[in-house]
Structure formats: structure tokens, C-alpha cells
Design a protein around this ligand. Structure first.
Ligand code: SF4
Length: 280
């Protein structure tokens, strides 16, 4: 595999050691068919069914910045009906949402970063303290790791011109107190926002980074380790589950597995060999 110098540097930054001469592993019983494409990948790249609530965004607006929210009173009876909102209105609605208890402890509702025209969408768990302060997802050390991983694939959530764009959003928009994991009811309550974001972006692929992201998109409470290595679907869009950047910072031995997941994602969107990506 002919890795470019740039890709070697990027992979070194995220802890991937290229001296391991193994090809991109695919799930068990996922050997290539006569066309050379692994079965789960062939399934994933088949024409997608119509996405729920998805309309082709004409003249997509630039991403809104999350607005600071004043202290709010919890209103769990509030109905979240966002199926017709555009991106700006959706972010504004989340900023004042009081539909679950997480609204009472947030500084900002963390909505998204990246580009609405992206083919790739990354969904994280819930905002941490850095994200809550910045009003943007993956704002801290985990975000730096994520950016390095994306850069190794020539993907960017920034204003890149020669790299492909990524849209990044948390599954749950408000920071849980004391770093606790969101309750399943909170994940469920917040899902309409995420579903509408998927409908607006219409990505070709979603990477679910972490257990809460997978719980929202795949509907399983199993840990990411048990859901990774295969292709799931959310409203017709292929979903690859992998570890969260926060997990990878705590458990760097899992970075190689995360890289395998990204390589599977590349195959799903049609780039079979990450080394074939032209470096800038
Ligand atoms: S976490 Fe989601 S559902 Fe709960 S208050 Fe925030 S935006 Fe609303």
C-alpha cells in the first residue's frame, strides 16, 4: 500500500503504526465477491431508499452558531416537532429547548459544526465541558484527535477547499451535569433534532462515534465495541459505529480499531483504498 508522506504523518498523529502490513479488515464472512467488493459494503452502497423528512436543500444556508441560552424551566411535556425547520430555525429551536432536564445545566445548546453539503456526517455523544463553553461539538482534545483522523482521510469540518467536507453534530445537544452519560429518555427526547439534521444534510454516510451516538442512530444500548465492524442504517443512510475520541484518548490501544472503522466507511462511500486519496 503506497501511503503518502502526508498520510503517514497524519496516521502517526493518531497513533496508527503503518508497519503492520495487514490489509483493511472487514467484518467476519465479509470476503469479496466476484466484483471484489465485500458483501456488507456492496449492501451499503446500493441505492438508498427515500429518507424520511429529507428534501433537497436548495441554496443551503451556512451553519448557524449556537446561541447562548438563559436559564430555563424544564418543560418535559414540550413536543419537539422540527420536521419542517431549516438549519437556522432548527439551531434556534435547540438553543431554547426545554424538553428534557439537560436544558437546566447548559451554557449553550451544541448544535453542529461543518458543512451542510457534506457527504460525511459525524455524530458524537453529548457535549462535554469544552463543547458547552464553546457552543460547538468536539471543541477540546477529543476534537483535535477527530480532526487528525479526518485529515488522514482528506476530510475536514473546517472551511477547506481541497478536502472533502464533514458535518459534525452531537446526538444530544445539551451537556449532562458532572459528565454523566445521558439517560436513554434524554437521548430519545433529543433524537428529532438529529433526525432533522440528517434530513437536511442528506449525507452518504454517518459515523457514530460513541455509545450515545450509536444508541440514537442504531437504537441499541450495546457498547460501541459490539456495534462496530458492520454497516447499520438510520433512515436509509449507512451508519458505521466506532469509538468516541474521548474513549480513544483514554484507551489509545483502540485507535487501530477506530482506523479500521474509518477504512470501512471509506469503502462504503466508494473509496476502496485510503492510500489512493491524493494528498494536498
Ligand atoms: S438535550 Fe435535546 S431535548 Fe434535552 S433540552 Fe437539550 S435540545 Fe432539548
Amino acid at each position: 500500500m503506497a501511503w503518502t508522506e502526508r498520510q503517514r504523518k497524519m496516521l502517526a498523529e493518531i497513533g496508527i503504526r503503518l508497519w503492520v502490513p495487514t490489509p483493511v479488515p472487514l467484518p467476519a464472512a465479509a470476503g469479496p465477491g466476484a466484483d471484489g467488493i465485500a458483501a456488507p459494503v456492496r449492501e451499503a452502497i446500493a441505492p438508498l431508499p427515500q429518507q424520511h423528512g429529507a428534501s433537497q436543500p436548495a441554496g443551503r444556508a451556512p451553519l448557524p452558531s449556537a446561541a447562548a441560552a438563559a436559564p430555563l424551566a424544564l418543560d418535559p411535556a414540550r413536543v419537539i416537532d422540527v420536521d419542517t425547520l431549516d438549519a437556522d430555525a432548527l439551531a434556534a429551536r435547540a438553543a431554547v429547548c426545554t424538553a428534557c432536564a439537560l436544558c437546566t445545566g447548559r451554557s449553550h445548546a451544541v448544535f453542529a459544526s461543518g458543512n451542510l453539503q457534506a457527504d460525511w456526517m459525524v455524530v458524537g455523544d453529548a457535549p462535554d465541558a469544552d463543547d458547552d463553553a464553546a457552543g460547538a461539538p468536539f471543541a477540546g482534545r477529543g476534537g483535535q484527535l477527530l480532526d487528525n483522523m479526518l485529515a488522514a482521510l482528506r476530510l475536514s469540518r473546517g472551511p477547506a477547499t481541497r478536502t472533502r467536507h464533514v458535518y459534525v453534530a452531537p446526538a444530544v445537544k445539551c451537556r449532562p451535569p458532572a459528565g454523566r452519560v445521558p439517560e436513554p429518555s434524554e437521548v430519545e427526547r433529543c433524537r428529532p433534532y438529529l433526525a432533522r439534521q440528517v434530513g437536511l444534510v442528506q449525507p452518504r454516510l454517518i459515523i457514530a462515534m460513541g455509545r450515545v451516538a450509536a444508541q440514537s442512530l442504531v437504537g441499541s444500548a450495546e457498547p460501541a465495541a459490539r456495534l462496530r465492524g458492520r454497516v447499520h442504517r438510520f433512515e436509509g443512510v449507512p451508519v458505521i459505529v466506532t469509538y468516541s475520541p474521548a474513549h480513544l484518548l483514554r484507551h489509545p490501544q483502540d485507535k487501530a480499531a477506530a482506523w479500521d472503522d474509518l477504512c470501512l466507511a471509506l469503502e462504503v462511500v466508494g473509496t476502496a483504498d485510503p492510500a489512493s486519496i491524493e494528498a494536498t
